[in-house]
Design a binder for this molecule. Structure first.
Ligand SMILES: [Zn+2]
Length: 244
């Protein structure tokens, strides 16, 4: 029977260790996939709608470019505003925490110990850990363990806005290429075909990176992509008929 060594080398988790988990990628990924999905779907739908109502290529190109620029800017602005308000809330929480630590340090120490107890430490151990972490960096310990804020979850408005705007643009360029290069008579079906293809590839990538079911993701995005592009094509077609 091989002897089991009781000596366990405990290594402090470095940032690289955290990065190996899905959580590190999830924020960026979600913003990027959401942006690209939106870029493909809203630009392709807009282009299909205009193409269904138009007999020339120029209005379709114009509408697609305008939709792409407007969509990218509104996506970036929306992300910036929503993430900034999250930053504001986090900032207000941290200030309040700081005040509570100044006004009632004993109660705060107790609260921290209770959190560690709930996580499985014995009462005495929890108090020792809470005391040591409080001595080391009281506010940091409360921000991390009471408010649940850490570097990974910290809101970064500029990065989020940039990621969303850029990924929308990348997504929207795909339908634009179709509008520029495919013969006009095939534009609607090509936009639909390429749109669903690009959306499925993105959906599969996001599911793989997020560790969830690829098949489910592809079926879901194909269904909603078809609904969105189908409805706008119908509206465009009806509009075209009424103009003729
Ligand atoms: Zn606290």
């Amino acid at each position: 029977m091989p002897s089991v060594s009781t000596e366990k080398t405990v290594t402090t988790p470095t940032n690289d260790y955290l990065a190996t988990h899905y959580v590190q990628r999830s924020n960026w990924l979600r913003a990027a996939v959401l942006g690209a999905n939106d870029g493909i779907l809203s630009t392709a739908s807009l282009a299909i709608g205009v193409a269904a109502a138009s007999v020339a290529r120029e209005p379709v190109i114009l509408a697609t470019v305008a939709g792409l620029v407007a969509g990218a800017l509104s996506m970036a602005a929306g992300e910036y505003v929503s993430v900034s308000s999250q930053t504001d809330v986090e900032g207000a929480d941290i200030l309040r925490e700081q005040k509570e630590l100044e006004d009632m340090p004993e109660l705060e120490l107790q609260r921290l110990a209770e959190i560690y107890e709930q996580r499985g430490l014995k009462k005495e151990t929890a108090m020792v850990v809470a005391q040591e972490l409080t001595n080391h960096d009281a506010l940091g310990a409360h921000i991390r363990d009471e408010l649940g804020l850490n570097d990974i979850s910290k809101a970064k408005p500029i990065q989020a806005a940039f990621a969303s705007g850029a990924s929308f643009t990348v997504g929207g360029i795909l339908p634009l290429l179709v509008v520029l290069f495919v013969p006009l008579s095939f534009v609607e079906y090509s936009l639909y075909g390429f749109g669903i293809f690009f959306l499925s590839v993105l959906g599969a990538l996001a599911a793989k990176a997020g560790g969830s079911s690829i098949a489910k993701a592809v079926v879901r995005i194909t269904f909603w992509g078809t609904v969105a592009m189908g409805l706008t094509a119908t509206v465009g077609y009806l509009f075209g008929v009424s103009l003729a």
